[in-house]
Design a binder for this molecule. Structure first.
Ligand SMILES: Nc1ncnc2c1ncn2[C@@H]1O[C@H](COP(=O)(O)OP(=O)(O)OP(=O)(O)O)[C@@H](O)[C@H]1O
Length: 315
């Protein structure tokens, strides 16, 4: 049976100006239930500003965002109940331990008695903080603090989580733990919007990404879709039986091939074209009677895609 995908975040023609600064310009996108959506962009691109608007901490100059169908402009209270926002700073909390901190936020969300106890226990279990319940917050490591911030963000079981640079400054192990937690939240049917300027980090955890610069979304899709949309070049490595000279001559006269070299028994070339053109190249090489035993093309990394999409627009 066909199940339509349900958007839990709908950003519609969002604009935010600060005087002459256009922090967000005509941004529209959706994030579906069960999806992790990543924002990638350099400093000042407008990530935090748009995340703050979706989280009802700021208002748009024009446009709107809906969270689980409710407008951040017309219905901010309903939005807040359905959404958790994790800022990119932790703040200072003196004389408080882990469980007291979570209790404080659970009370702020109006959770009572047994319900609050359950929510705190679940948040501590989910974020692997059970052993640290009595530990003073000031004594926590960066990774522990990030887990605690996530625990606080999910304490009222929101359908939507907005996480501003959650992996910044984490060591590889803490990053893997965070990635697993975010994956579990999405598997539970939540929508997660996450930002970063560390591109590889997002590629690993997101179903789709949006590339944002100077307040504008330049591209939205899976990394593969964006790669396909952008006319970039890829590196192809070929191995043929026998001497490579004939093969290299054949390639030199083609318009779609450049930078041909022979290294470690492989012919290496730059190919202009997407996956369909690459498949055609391989077919034509075989039809020209070269005995191909290896054909590999390097998929562009998110970093390559990002550099290409934002080319020339960096402030
Ligand atoms: N309260 C404000 N008043 C004036 N300008 C602002 C304000 N908040 C943000 N800006 C400007 O809006 C633009 C977008 O900033 P924003 O913080 O959203 O970027 P960002 O993508 O989150 O960057 P970073 O990765 O550094 O956090 C910047 O030019 C910033 O200087």
């Amino acid at each position: 049976m066909y199940m339509p995908r349900r958007p839990l975040i709908e950003v519609r023609e969002l604009h935010r100006y600060f005087g002459p600064t256009k922090a967000v310009v005509d941004m529209s996108f959706e994030v579906y239930a069960g999806e992790v959506f990543g924002y990638i962009g350099p400093n000042g691109a407008g990530k935090t500003t748009s995340m703050r608007i979706i989280s009802t901490l700021d208002e748009p100059t024009y446009g709107d965002a809906l969270v689980d169908g409710f407008s951040v402009v017309d219905d901010p209270d309903r939005v807040r109940r359905r959404l958790g926002f994790m800022p990119d700073y932790f703040g200072t909390y003196q004389n408080m331990n882990v469980v007291e901190y979570l209790d404080f936020f659970a009370r702020a969300y109006g959770l009572r008695s047994y319900e609050r106890k359950r929510a705190i226990e679940y948040a501590m279990e989910f974020t692997l903080l059970e052993q640290l319940a009595e530990k003073p917050i000031n004594g926590l490591s960066k990774g522990m603090k990030q887990r605690l911030a996530l625990g606080r963000t999910m304490i009222h079981d929101p359908a939507v989580l907005i996480l501003d640079e959650p992996a910044a400054g984490l060591d590889p192990r803490a990053r893997i733990e965070l990635r697993e937690m975010i994956g579990r939240l999405a598997a539970d049917g939540k929508s997660v919007l996450i930002s970063s300027h560390i591109l590889t980090e997002l590629a690993e955890m997101c179903h789709r990404v949006g590339i944002i610069e100077q307040g504008q979304l330049l591209a939205v899709g899976t990394v593969e879709e964006i790669s396909n949309q952008t006319e970039t070049r890829s590196e192809v490595r070929l191995r043929v039986l026998g001497e490579p000279d004939g093969m290299m001559q054949y390639l030199r006269v083609r318009d779609d091939v450049s930078d041909i070299a022979f290294r470690n028994g492989q012919v290496i070339l730059t190919h202009a074209g997407g996956p369909a053109e690459q498949a055609a190249l391989l077919r034509q090489i075989i039809e020209a009677n070269f005995q191909v035993v290896e054909f590999a093309s390097k998929t562009k990394s998110l970093e390559d895609v990002f550099m290409h999409v934002t080319e020339g627009r960096v402030q």
